[in-house]
Design a protein around this ligand. Structure first.
Ligand SMILES: [Zn+2]
Length: 444
């Protein structure tokens, strides 16, 4: 007979269960094996291994619904950024920041191998989900950008450029056969408009191709995620039946409000990705950040950001891009506020992995930015737990601390409802019932 699963009890803290319900003081969470047995004001069964968490807050493990694990988050200047060691460090960085599940949003050739390494325990990291491929119009974002950066060899292997309905349907079929956790499409005419006009004036998907991509995705049971930047693009994908926007309409305020109303009505989710926009200038503004993050972020990435040939440096020191980034940031914040007002389901996603988009580090920052954009602290937490789990198709297993769910939890020092920045003080991480001490999870 198999040995009885071990029972662990977190006892004495305040429980915020991720559903949006009021916090429960002096709570206990009982975990048997990798599942939550009971949570709230419940009694501790005899024989349970008790961990006191008095004065602390128990939350569901955080979920980042939009990352790119294969891209480093550095400045694309140091070859070590793409080493296996750095990839492993990036995954650990999520755990260090209390993130127990992530979804890769595009073009990750090693996704299945990484999933296997994480699930076997060979590589410590959050639960990994992903779309594996990205489908875009010929030479459109991000392929145009990768060509401009001469990074197609490194990063372009899992993008497919589709021009016709037939190509669209046949690529979706091939991709679906590999059983990804969703389908990612790009529908965007300019990525960085303004002074530097990087990756701009591209072609969007033709209407019939867009429709075919989404229909074929749904026919194979795949949730469809769309990269968009402008209100018209968001409207087009929402009308064509997309499930989730990968960004919150970053490029214009005019015309955004009615699109958010349409999205709320149709139940279209939306990734927040505010920190992605902030990253376009933040590391220049805060150079000290790099040293503060030693031990939590791989050295190769921190070093690369500061190198002479770093794309992050070029972007920040080139003329005009920072002003453009600032404008896009302001638009993004205003549109998050509008989306919330319209009732759109806002999903925490950081888009980490892009230039200066540091893995893991972006999650607490995204929670702070969501609250600056007008979400209550509780709404921000729900965006990064229950709603994020729903958006990645894991709502029945993850995202809340409730009986029957998988045991993914974090304990933080202090009250995040009083100050959302307290989510930075992670003192314990539990993933699938296994406990990690973030202080021992350093990276180099
Ligand atoms: Zn992305």
């Amino acid at each position: 007979m198999a040995a009885e699963a071990k029972i662990v009890a977190l006892v004495g803290g305040t429980l915020i269960d991720g559903t949006g319900a009021l916090p429960v003081r002096d709570a206990a969470v009982i975990v048997k094996g990798n599942r939550i047995e009971a949570a709230g004001q419940v009694s501790v069964p005899p024989g349970a291994a008790v961990r006191r968490v008095d004065g602390k807050t128990i939350l569901p493990g955080l979920i980042d619904a939009h990352v790119h694990v294969g891209t480093s988050g550095g400045g694309l200047a140091d070859p070590r950024e793409f080493s296996a060691a750095t990839l492993a460090a990036n995954l650990k960085t999520y755990l260090i920041h209390g993130v127990t599940a992530i979804m890769d949003m595009g073009a990750q050739p090693r996704l299945d191998a990484m999933k296997a390494d994480i699930d076997s325990g060979a590589m410590p990291g959050p639960r990994l989900f992903g779309v594996k491929y990205g489908l875009t119009a010929p030479d459109s974002h991000p392929m145009g950008l990768l060509r401009e950066l001469r990074a197609v060899d490194k990063l372009g292997s899992h993008f497919r450029e589709v021009d016709t309905v037939e190509e669209a349907r046949s690529w979706v079929k091939k991709i679906a056969a590999e059983k990804p956790d969703g389908l990612k499409i790009y529908h965007s005419r300019s990525e960085f408009p303004g002074t530097n006009c990087l990756d701009c004036n591209r072609e969007k998907q033709k209407p019939e191709v867009l429709k075919a991509l989404i229909e074929e995705g749904h026919a194979h049971g795949l949730r469809v995620f769309a990269h968009v930047a402008w209100p018209s693009e968001a409207r087009e994908v929402a009308e064509a039946g997309v499930d989730c926007l990968a960004h919150p309409i970053t490029h214009a305020e005019t015309g955004a409000a009615p699109v958010f109303e349409l999205m709320a009505e149709k139940g279209v989710w939306m990734h927040s990705t505010i920190v992605r926009v902030e990253n376009y200038y933040a590391l220049r503004v805060e150079p000290f950040l790099r040293e503060k993050l030693r031990g939590k972020v791989a050295d190769a990435i921190l070093d690369s950001l500061a190198m002479e040939n770093s794309v992050a440096r070029a972007r920040h020191e080139g003329d005009g891009i920072s002003a453009d980034a600032r404008r896009i940031f302001d638009v993004t914040m205003a549109n998050i506020r509008r989306a919330r007002k319209a009732g759109v389901a806002i999903v925490l996603g950081t888009d980490s992995g892009g230039v200066a988009g540091l893995h893991g580090v972006g999650v607490p920052r995204e929670l702070e930015l969501l609250s600056e954009a007008g979400l209550t602290a509780m709404e921000a937490i729900v965006a990064g737990t229950k709603t994020a789990a729903g958006a990645i198709g894991q709502g029945d297993r993850l995202g809340t601390v409730e009986p029957g769910k998988l045991a993914d939890m974090i304990v933080i020092d202090g009250d995040p409802l009083r100050d959302i920045s307290n989510v930075r003080k992670v003192s314990l991480v539990m993933k699938d019932g296994a406990v990690f001490d973030p202080a021992e999870l350093t990276v180099h």
